[in-house]
Design a protein around this ligand. Structure first.
Ligand code: ADE
Ligand code: ZN
Length: 328
């Protein structure tokens, strides 16, 4: 049996970042928006480094202009996830892109995304939940407005709050109010850290924002004491190896620290981040990890159990996903 066909749980997936380039080109044509600069001659997204990636990401997102656009996006993304064996995913969604942080508009976007997700659950047996995400380089003021949108809509579908974007913009403590607001609303917390920032950035993030999961977190490997602490405290790492390799953080799969982090006792999970940008899928991530580290079905089973343990959804949904994994 190929590891690619195993059932999967994905915790770290940006909804806009999962948009197939053909989908974005189609919307751009409908809306007469010129996006030629963000695609190469084969029609793939093109960028030279992480910071250019963020610009291309935001340009592509610019054609997503209505709740219906997001409903179509959600359907396209979930079809791809389901084809890769994903039975449960949590996706980052940003009121910055969905209604400009206006709570009323945000509710309309959210309703459209949820409806599309429910249709995908009926047709493809994949369950989706949302993590409202502020964008670090948009600044703390906008993050506060985003946190208020998150708090207003916290519940059975919006289950978490996070921060993405340029890790080198500002400091984690600038976003503490937003994280406190989300925590008080009952949301579970994750933060991108230890991707472009080193061990100190991870320590600062844990101190200021107190997340239970870290987006990436892989650069903890540069500090053995921090690795021990992550393992002891049970901080879950949403590791996206294909993303890290594509963006040049590591020169190849075999030099990626995921295997060393797992062996050191860290709670490691596997996700795609922004799959078409990095020419990956969950099935591809599993295959490459098998090739690079000889991970077998037992190792992937551990990864998936760790991810299931770390989901932000309610207990009933979690039990349903556990059954679905058992059956598969
Ligand atoms: N937004 C989308 N992908 C991201 C990444 N890999 N890091 C930070 N912010 C992001
Ligand atoms: Zn990410």
């Amino acid at each position: 049996m190929s590891v690619a066909s195993l059932p999967k749980v994905e915790l770290h997936l940006h909804l806009e970042g999962a948009a197939p380039p053909s989908f974005i080109r189609g919307l751009a044509a409908e809306k007469h928006v010129d996006l030629t600069g963000i695609f190469d001659t084969r029609g793939h997204y093109v960028y030279r480094d992480f910071w250019e990636f963020l610009k291309v990401y935001e340009a592509a997102t610019g054609v997503l202009q209505s709740p219906e656009d997001y409903a179509r996006l959600t359907r396209a993304v979930l079809a791809d996830c389901a084809a890769s064996g994903v039975v449960y995913a949590e996706t980052f969604v940003s009121p910055d892109f969905c209604g400009g942080r206006d709570v009323g508009a945000w509710r309309d976007y959210l309703a459209a995304i949820r409806e599309a997700a429910e249709a995908a659950e009926r047709s493809d047996g994949i369950t989706l939940r949302g993590i409202v995400t502020c964008i670090r380089h948009f600044g703390p003021e906008k993050a506060r407005e985003t946190a208020l949108c998150a708090a207003e809509t916290a519940g059975d579908w919006v289950v978490g709050f996070g921060i993405a974007g340029d890790e080198q913009a500002g400091a984690p403590k600038d976003f503490a109010w937003s994280f406190d607001c989300a925590r008080e609303a009952g949301l579970r917390l994750t933060a991108h850290a230890g991707e472009w920032g080193g061990p100190d950035a991870i320590r600062d993030t844990l101190a200021a924002l107190r997340p239970e999961r870290l987006g990436h977190g892989v650069r903890a490997i540069e500090d053995p004491a921090l690795v021990d602490r992550l393992a002891e405290d049970g901080i879950v790492l949403e590791v996206c190896p294909g993303s890290n390799v594509a963006l040049g953080l590591y020169p190849g799969w075999r030099s990626h620290p995921i295997d060393r982090l797992a062996r050191a006792g860290c709670k490691v999970t596997v996700s795609t981040d922004d799959p078409p940008f990095f020419h990956t899928t969950m099935a591809h991530e599993f295959e490459r990890l098998h090739d690079a580290f000889d991970w077998d079905e037992g190792e992937f089973d551990r990864i998936t159990r760790t991810a299931l343990d770390a989901v932000f959804c309610d207990a009933d949904t979690k039990a349903r996903i556990a059954k679905r994994l058992e059956r598969a």
